[in-house]
Design a protein around this ligand. Structure first.
Ligand code: NI
Length: 338
């Protein structure tokens, strides 16, 4: 009886090994194709659909090995805006047919890794589903206005030394001047967001110019790193509702302002951050001021001593940030423009 059961187990293991060996697929991946509507994938949520469109743009660029000069063109490709349109769940990802476009691409397959938090969990393989995370001991450090030729590499060394990651909201102008440093930011396991081309106040330039600022910066970041940034942080935190809808990227604000730009003083920067920070916070700093970069080691040490884990914005928001919404922390998001 006992040995018979073990023989059965052995047989199951052998069959599994064979299936895995042949297909090269994880045991839980679906092996058949299934047609679904975007309404099903998103539960008819237009923010989720906008997130799928953004993932599709990245995939078109990747699939065609496009140069940075094609980034503006990718925003002209017609992508699904109606919930009744269909796509196919395949073992490799979400397959979509495209209307005729300048990239001459008829079909793309967006890997499920790119759809985590955007598509409802039930349509994703287990490995790409979001799980509830406890953010009461997590904070995200963010650094704006770089990359700076000397200060950003110095900050990257600090982050590496303390084994923590941060998010950098960079201007397109500075990325185009320092593409190597932008690559080093990502190579260190950090994240890059879009902070406009040259730091205008979006509230006063109108939607067309705002979109152009964002697209030009996406292009610079893609040209430097091969990746379209997920998030936008508008300069001064200012953005109108119409602009927020038009850019089709999640907006990331902050909940703790270090006021480092006003203080330009290491001790004051440290005190301001330590006074205000709670779990789930997004902390605003700038890697273009030497005092801020000098304050970073102490801030990191003290936050760690309080038990906080320093994570990227994506980790803090559990990959669930969506276009048209703006995020002030792990538990505070509002419609763009509000
Ligand atoms: Ni700024």
């Amino acid at each position: 009886m006992q040995s018979g059961r073990w023989r059965q187990v052995g047989l199951v293991v052998a069959v599994l090994a064979l299936v895995l060996g042949m297909g090269g697929l994880p045991a839980q991946a679906k092996t058949t194709n299934k047609t679904v509507t975007f309404g099903q994938l998103t539960n008819k949520n237009t923010h989720r659909l906008a997130a799928i469109r953004q993932a599709a743009r990245q995939q078109i660029l990747k699939q065609t090995h496009a140069k940075g000069s094609k980034v503006a063109a990718v925003y002209k490709v017609k992508l699904p805006k109606h919930m009744t349109k269909k796509a196919t769940l395949t073992p490799k990802g979400l397959r979509m047919n495209l209307l005729s476009n300048s990239f001459k691409v008829k079909q793309i397959t967006i890997p499920y890794t790119q759809l985590k938090g955007k598509v409802l969990n039930r349509y994703l393989p287990k490995a790409n589903r979001t799980k509830a995370v406890k953010t009461n001991k997590m904070v995200a450090l963010t650094f704006d206005d770089g990359p700076d030729k000397t200060l950003t590499p110095r900050l990257l060394k600090t982050l590496k030394k303390y084994k923590v990651h941060a998010t950098f909201f960079e201007t397109g102008q500075n990325v185009s001047r320092n593409p190597k440093i932008a690559r080093a930011v990502l190579a260190g396991g950090n994240e890059i967001g879009n902070h406009s081309w040259n730091h205008p106040d979006f509230n006063s330039i109108g939607t067309a110019k705002t979109v152009s600022q964002i697209t030009r910066t996406n292009r610079a970041i893609y040209q430097a790193t091969g990746i379209l940034p997920q998030y936008v942080r508008p300069p001064y935190g200012n953005i109108t509702a119409a602009e927020g809808r038009a850019i089709e990227q999640p907006i990331v604000r902050w909940s703790v302002d270090s006021r480092d730009w006003a203080y330009l003083n290491k001790t004051k920067d440290i005190n301001e951050v330590m006074k205000d920070t709670r779990g789930g916070d997004i902390i605003l700093m700038h890697d273009i001021h030497s005092q801020s970069v000098a304050a970073a080691p102490t801030i990191i040490k003290r936050l760690k001593a309080k038990g906080y884990k320093l994570v990227t914005v994506s980790q803090l928001l559990n990959h669930q940030a969506l276009p048209g919404l703006q995020y002030f922390g792990a538990h505070d998001y509002r419609t763009a423009g509000k």
